[in-house]
Write a protein that binds this ligand. Structure first.
Ligand SMILES: Nc1ncnc2c1ncn2[C@@H]1O[C@H](COP(=O)(O)OP(=O)(O)O)[C@@H](O)[C@H]1O
Ligand SMILES: [Mg+2]
Length: 348
């Protein structure tokens, strides 16, 4: 069957074939038996045969195609909106079906790929959680066992080991608290307390908090703002968490004698906040996964720096809960820039 054949054309061709075939048989019989015939009656007969077979073929074909198409549309779970076209035997029907089925197949493939990705992500996540929890548990256990195995007669020794055990348990607590926080965000259970607040003031507060660590690393923190105050609308406690994380990262992963600079860009309804450092940067292969839970860019180097790899995941969740966006740009040796948007506060 040609691709563009429609039920109408097929029935027309088939009934023409039947008419020609019956003419041939008729002529054959009249020739063999030397019959005398009235050609007018004969032509009317042929025409009636042609018409009846045409209608019959068309009826059967349309019924057959309609029943098949109905099953196809039930299978792909789409409403069949063109019954009339099917019943009229239109040529476009089969093309429409072909297109709808192809669309359905593409969608299914996409869903399967996404499910596979989620499955892979879930497996990695379970592996990461177990790994991250195992290390501090194992360490704390080791310190406590050492104390238990000792003669218990040296208080300084006992204190030192219990402190080490304690700091591992504190790390465990941090991981579990962060995980619970992420899961609350992801299931939409976090409510934001939005208010108008001054971002510059908040940044200065965070700078003050990290001044000491920055000084140790000889890193200069600077907030570049043309205005004395930049008023935004959001949950100030949550935005403080975002700033704490991004600023502490810029110090933690920054270089000695480096700089962390904060800039604001006035977009129409929003501010774009940029946190720029001149540290070692992050290579491009890590950037797409940086906001994933537990993802750490430079595993060997990072292990020396205390971190869980959960910070940026929380940051992204907070920004997205505000219906804003966050991005990262970075180049090895050239520093890193995190930029996020916040809704401007416009007094009525
Ligand atoms: N400013 C930065 N410069 C270089 N690397 C960074 C910076 N910020 C984040 N990273 C990389 O991204 C990873 C994820 O950061 P984060 O989620 O805050 O986890 P953590 O700080 O607990 O390691 C870090 O481990 C680090 O490798
Ligand atoms: Mg961090």
């Amino acid at each position: 069957m040609r691709r563009s054949a429609s039920p109408n054309i097929i029935s027309l061709l088939a009934s023409m074939a039947v008419a020609i075939f019956s003419t041939a048989i008729f002529l054959f019989i009249t020739a063999i038996f030397h019959l005398k015939i009235n050609y007018n009656v004969y032509i009317i007969n042929i025409f009636i045969i042609f018409l009846v077979t045409l209608l019959l073929f068309r009826f059967v074909l349309v019924r057959f195609i309609y029943s098949k198409i109905k099953i196809i549309y039930k299978t792909i779970g789409k409403p069949l909106k063109f019954q009339n076209e099917v019943k009229e035997g239109s040529k476009n029907v089969l093309k429409t079906v072909e297109r709808d089925v192809a669309e359905w197949a593409i969608n299914k493939n996409k869903q399967i790929r996404e499910l596979r990705k989620m499955e892979q992500y879930r497996k990695e996540f379970v592996g990461n959680v177990s790994h991250e929890l195992k290390t501090p548990i194992f360490n704390a256990q080791g310190y406590i066992e050492t104390v238990l195995d000792s003669d218990l007669d040296d208080p300084a020794f006992i204190k030192q080991y219990l402190e080490k055990a304690n700091s591992n348990i504190e790390r465990l607590e941090t991981i579990v608290t962060d995980l619970l926080e992420i899961s609350k965000f992801e299931s939409g259970r976090i409510e934001l307390n939005k208010e108008a607040f001054d971002l510059v003031k908040l940044i200065k507060k965070v700078f003050f908090q990290y001044q000491h660590i920055a000084q140790q690393q000889k890193i200069t923190l600077k907030c570049h703002s043309e205005e004395n105050a930049v008023f935004v609308f959001g949950d100030s406690k949550r935005i403080m968490q975002v700033l704490e994380n991004l600023i502490s990262n810029s110090i933690k992963y920054g270089k000695e004698n480096g700089h962390t600079d904060i800039y604001f860009h006035d977009l129409e309804d929003q501010y774009l906040v940029e946190i720029v450092d001149d540290g070692p940067g992050i290579s491009s292969e890590h950037l797409p996964r940086l906001f994933e839970r537990f993802y750490r860019a430079d595993k060997s180097r990072n292990r020396k720096i205390n971190g869980t790899g959960l910070g940026l995941s929380i940051v992204k969740n907070i920004i997205e809960a505000h219906e804003q966006t966050i991005n990262v740009r970075s180049e090895l040796e050239n520093g890193t820039t995190f930029s996020f948007t916040l809704q401007k506060y416009i007094p009525e």
